[in-house]
Design a protein around this ligand. Structure first.
Ligand code: SF4
Length: 386
């Protein structure tokens, strides 16, 4: 059974009054107080992950060096973030976690609004699902170094934000749910997932089995073995499991990709998403700096702008080939970045590996991209009525 959630009004009120910090409540600086968490239509393109997103925080403690979120979300709020001590939302990614407020009435209203959206107005690849989460990890441990009371309140709130939202989606709607996490803390809610039946799919990010690589790219996220154990437990409980083998770093050569896919096969996932690292804002700088801090050899060449497309295409196609060899092609769902459709980008990548750049070859490439961009990910079927 999950631990009891007990966030007292008093503890919460004290946190609201406390000075602003990098680990805090988002929107606390406003006269109206912290911002609440709600379902929002998602902005994904070519991902087939969900129709709505439910995000519990601004920032993420897992600190993945490649993370695209700051370039798309938190960088939009530089002035507000400064109030919390964040001077560079991208460079300081992983150092700040600002949780949203839990407001049952407001959350319920957002569920009702979602229910009213007609099927034809939704993105056809979203499976009418809510993703937890798209811009943070729903099951992270919030760390407030040197401030144990603050840490306790925030972790209790984190748990409430996820568990109560799931309970309400389950009991008060017919929406589907997609969980995406890197953390074994998800086990806290497996009992609840089970009650969703075919309406919930549980997924973990597993780009590699190499824990040294994990430390290099996802320094504060739980290790590989913990993720494998969590997936096994999910499978043993009969949950519908998928895997995001994403993003695979340039160090993941054929052996590594094959080992990861072979392991993934054991979990019989309904879908295996894959993408290489895409270049966004300053993520290359973050990756390079962390490698330097760790004093590891970092071959930056594949992630330089002029070489990126060749690395990305090679990995996508390598994963496709290995998945087919392992009879996992039907479950594979590649996420090629939209820039790979640009003729000049593709031409450059082909020349790098001395392949032809004819119109015919380009059209075949565009068709291949379109196949992945238009793919709709799997969703479990409702059991047949007896
Ligand atoms: S867990 Fe997800 S949101 Fe958090 S840092 Fe990693 S990639 Fe970004």
């Amino acid at each position: 059974m999950p631990e009891r959630i007990d966030l007292t009004a008093d503890a919460y009120a004290q946190l609201v009054k406390a000075p602003l910090g990098k680990v805090d409540l988002w929107g606390k600086h406003r006269e109206q107080g912290p911002l609440h968490a709600y379902l929002d239509r998602n902005r994904f393109k070519y991902k087939s992950l969900s129709s709505w997103a439910y995000n519990i925080a601004m920032g993420c403690n897992h600190a993945c060096r490649f993370c695209y979120v700051p370039s798309q979300t938190t960088k939009k709020y530089p002035d507000e973030l400064k109030l919390y001590g964040v001077t560079d939302a991208d460079a300081e990614w992983g150092e700040y976690v600002l949780l949203r407020r839990w407001d049952e009435k407001k959350f319920r209203n957002s569920v009702k609004r979602a229910m009213e959206v007609k099927a034809e107005e939704l993105n056809p690849d979203g499976n009418r699902a809510v993703i937890l989460c798209s811009t943070t990890d729903p099951y992270q441990t919030v760390v407030a170094a040197g401030d144990a009371p603050r840490q306790t309140v925030l972790n209790t709130l984190r748990q409430t934000l996820v568990r109560r939202a799931l309970e309400m989606i389950l009991d008060e709607s017919d929406l589907n749910v997609r969980i995406l996490t890197r953390s074994p803390l998800a086990k806290q809610d497996f009992d609840l997932y089970k009650r969703f039946g075919h309406r919930l799919v549980f997924g973990m990010s597993l780009p590699t089995l190499n824990d040294d690589l994990r430390k290099r790219y996802e320094p504060k996220a739980p290790g590989v073995q913990k993720r494998l154990d969590t997936l096994k437990q999910a499978k043993d409980m009969g949950l519908h499991v998928y895997i995001a083998m994403a993003p695979t770093s340039p160090e993941c050569q054929e052996d590594d990709l094959r080992a990861t896919l072979t392991k993934i096969k054991e979990f019989k996932p309904i879908t295996i998403f894959h993408e290489p690292i895409n270049l966004r804002a300053e993520n290359f700088a973050r990756i390079a700096k962390h490698a330097a801090d760790l004093k590891v050899n970092f071959n930056k060449r594949p992630l330089l702008k002029e070489n990126w497309a060749a690395y990305a295409l090679w990995q996508l196609q390598a994963v496709e080939g290995i998945a087919n060899e392992l009879s996992m092609g039907e479950q594979l769902h590649l996420w090629p970045d939209k820039t790979l459709g640009k003729r000049n980008v593709w031409n450059h990548a082909m020349r790098t590996v001395t392949l032809p750049t004819t119109d015919l070859a380009y059209h075949a490439h565009v068709e291949w991209l379109a196949m992945w961009w238009n793919r709709i990910s799997e969703w479990p079927q409702a059991p047949k009525a007896k």
